[in-house]
Design a protein around this ligand. Structure first.
Ligand code: 0T9
Length: 374
């Protein structure tokens, strides 16, 4: 484990051992300091908004097919922010802070043209709800995200539980919607102390007009293969005739290949590596934040991690966690339940049922609900 600081080698080994005998929710495991991130998982939905111009331009699509291409392009362009940038910036993936129940992350882009609202709606297991809206362009992306993790063959496998629904208001006043399912991921590089993410299997984007994007992920294998690759097809429904095939990497260039219509073959669909295509979210200074806002609540912990004062970080984290446990106890004693502040839980959402049926997708029980912003 060449990348593990000498003093933390035994801590890392015992962390890996604890992983081997653990599955489900990793958030509670104690990891050695060098692998801790000062950022809470509640901030991660901001990756959906970073390619803000591609998100806004979905509304410029003239036909269902044009909009399906635009939604697919926006989706692919979020992936390098979601899955490789942290590793690139800090040398490895790190363990994010585990959001407390009711934790909020609020921010915007372009002076409030695009607004993100996030609330942690469950602590155990961790579930995050988000709402991203460009009011001017009439586009909303809303969803929830949880993870199921297991450990096998030297890596962590993560199934993302949850989905998003994108809605776009059309010129005639009607609304088109898109179900966005989430890829599975593997966390590799654990034994060398330099964890990184690779995506696997397939995710989908199902439009209410019937078109389907199928995104197949692959990585570097033993012998062949390029990291962070995908092949995406756009078909008239699941398994239907192919209109477009796009292949490349979700960190760099993707091109149209055969079969694709309209002489697009060979042309560039997206360069996800293009500078300036993703902009980080703007968040109020901590001093102006509300008491449930992530960066304010975690400030002492994050400061400790950033400055290497792990003792201060762990004392602050303990204090936050104790206060949370006490809140739950108080609620229980008063016969109350924690009330969400920003989202409502909706079961049996008809729009979701409709899109899932188009995709011939049988949602699991835990994924059959959605959270809507209040
Ligand atoms: C939704 C994303 C998700 C969250 C993270 C698995 C993971 C927590 C969930 C799925 C976002 O839209 C996309 C990106 C990265 C995912 C994280 C990567 C990761 O390692 C963590 C897990 C919980 C760990 O921290 C594992 C332990 C750690 C030592 C490995 C670095």
């Amino acid at each position: 484990a060449a990348n593990v600081p000498a003093a933390q080698k035994s801590g890392w080994t015992s962390f890996l051992k604890s992983l081997a005998s653990f599955s489900g929710d990793l958030s509670g495991l104690t990891a050695p300091p060098f692998i801790l991130s000062p950022t809470s998982l509640s901030e991660f939905p901001s990756y959906w908004g970073e390619p803000k111009d591609l998100f806004a331009s979905i509304a410029d699509g003239k036909t269902p097919e044009d909009r399906q291409l635009r939604v697919t392009k926006w989706f692919l362009s979020t992936l390098s922010g979601q899955f490789t940038r942290r590793e690139k910036e800090t040398g490895s993936e790190k363990k994010p802070l585990n959001p407390f129940l009711g934790e909020q992350f609020l921010g915007s882009w372009d002076n409030g043209e695009l607004v993100l609202t996030v609330e942690q709606v469950s602590h155990h297991p961790p579930i995050t709800a988000y709402h991203l809206e460009n009011k001017k362009r009439g586009i909303v992306f809303e969803g929830n995200c949880a993870q199921k993790t297991s450990f096998s063959a030297r890596m962590i496998s993560v199934k993302q539980v949850g989905h998003g629904i994108l809605r776009v208001k059309l010129g005639d006043g009607s609304t088109e919607s898109y179900l966005v399912t989430l890829p599975k991921l593997k966390i590799e590089g654990l034994w060398t102390g330099k964890p990184y993410v690779e995506l696997t299997e397939t995710s989908y984007i199902q439009g209410s007009h019937g078109l389907t994007s199928t995104i197949k992920y692959s990585g570097a294998g033993w012998v062949t293969g390029t990291s962070h690759s995908h092949t995406t097809t756009i078909t008239t429904g699941p398994g239907g005739p192919t209109l477009y095939t796009i292949t490349g990497t979700w960190t760099g260039e993707s091109r149209f290949v055969k079969p694709s219509k309209e002489g697009r073959e060979g042309t560039v669909f997206l360069d996800a590596g293009e500078e300036g295509m993703r902009e980080p979210i703007s968040v109020k200074p901590v001093k102006q934040q509300g008491e449930y806002e992530s960066r304010r609540a975690w400030k002492a912990v994050a400061d400790g991690i950033r400055s290497g004062d792990y003792n201060a970080a762990s004392v602050a984290k303990g204090a936050l966690e104790n206060a949370e446990r006490q809140r739950r106890k108080d609620e229980q004693a008063a016969g109350q339940q924690f009330q969400l502040r920003l989202f409502d839980l909706r079961q049996n959402d008809p729009e979701y049922a409709h899109l899932a049926a188009l995709l011939k997708f049988k949602p699991e029980e835990e994924d059959s609900w959605i959270l809507k912003a209040q």
